[in-house]
Design a protein around this ligand. Sequence first.
Ligand code: UD1
Length: 438
Amino acid sequence: MTHFDKGSESIWIEGKRSLSGRIPIQGSKNAALPILAACMLIPGKCVLNGCPDITDIKCMCSLLKSTGAEVDINSAKAGNQITIDTRNVREHRLPEKYVSAMRSSVVMMGAMLGRLGEVYVNYPGGCVIGERPINLHLYGLEKLGAQIWIEGNHIHAYADELKGAVIDLPFPSVGATQNIILAAVTAQGTTIIKNAAREPEIIELCKFLNKAGAKIDYAGAFLPEGRIVIHGIELSRLHEVSYEIITDRIVAGTYLFATLAAGGEVTLENIPIGQLDSICDIITRMGAMIALNEDGSEVTIYANEREKIINIPYIETQVYPAFPTDLQSPLLAAACMAKGQLKVQEKIFTSRFRIVEELRRMGADVTVEKDLAVVTGGRELEGRTVIARELRGGAALVIAGLCASGITTVADAGYIGRGYQNIVEDLTKLGARIRYGN
Ligand code: UD1
């Protein structure tokens, strides 16, 4: 149970303490959510181990239950074990309160079409980080033969029979790729997605489905054309599985930037192997040292020599394997503490600089024009009450608070609980003075 459920909506931080120690990394939110949706395709019981204990996962479980699935969450030290039994799934109408709460509910469309041939859903909600249309999702599902009606704020999709197709995505959208995969698994014939997303969470979804009996060839996802081929099979051939959710590359990256910003020496255990390359590269170029253990499952950041921490001229967010948009705000917060100027270009979302206003209130020198933020680091940050307006921006304000003089209160911290299971406990273990409350 996360603290945010208990109504304590602020995080209090006394800054200017460096971090040290070691902590394990939680399961990946963005891997677990589509895999939970994928369970809808499997007419039996699936067990997912290592799911993070966060509000978005609870919301997805509520969505699954609303269709008639039985969902059982077992708390465990290494992450929750979630058992999903979909044998009694009947309901194709998804309740608005859960769909509106979370953008990633949109992947239920492909899963429900595959399972019941029908879904009725409102436009999804989610973090306020810019325009988030779903035209590519709908385009892909229509290509597979779904009929789609938009009725006000609602989408009604229906398919007597889904049929494999060649779908060329104009942009490698993560969610659209997942939706198409989910719908294509039990379609008749073969589906080829061109310009598919290649984020690790896509590959995890394919691995999970293949373990359940699906026939997905994702080797081509890593080629420049980004090709994923799904050979449709009958629904009845998908079988029960248990699966281990990978750990969260964005949470690991957040703690690396926290240490870069606050100083110190921190080891993160159980990191997703091979997924932090672009992040570690930037952190090294900003002057910290990074060491991986032998099998790549632990990373240590050394950021004690503060005079060595510098900004590099330019970083842009891009699709995987480049630097992820989800770490752009933590990067901005860390850049405030480094010497020199950094320009950050946001290439994925249209409005992901809402944190800048709050950083400026703490004394940071950051300007924004369109998709470009310019940080001139090295100014002293001062503790203030700041407001988290979305998940990753909220985590970045915690990083700023770790570095600021005096007390920082991050209000509306419930956003952070959507993706971080233990941000307060983790940073406490690393020596920060941080707690829930004002
Ligand atoms: C997923 C991640 C999110 C991450 C993002 C980019 C989950 C639950 N969320 O979000 O954390 O920041 O990938 O790595 O995994 N777009 C369209 N039309 C569409 C779909 C997307 O124009 O139909 C645009 C979006 O507006 C955005 C861009 O494509 O500008 C990227 O979106 P997408 O890759 O779909 O991200 P999500 O799946 O929403």
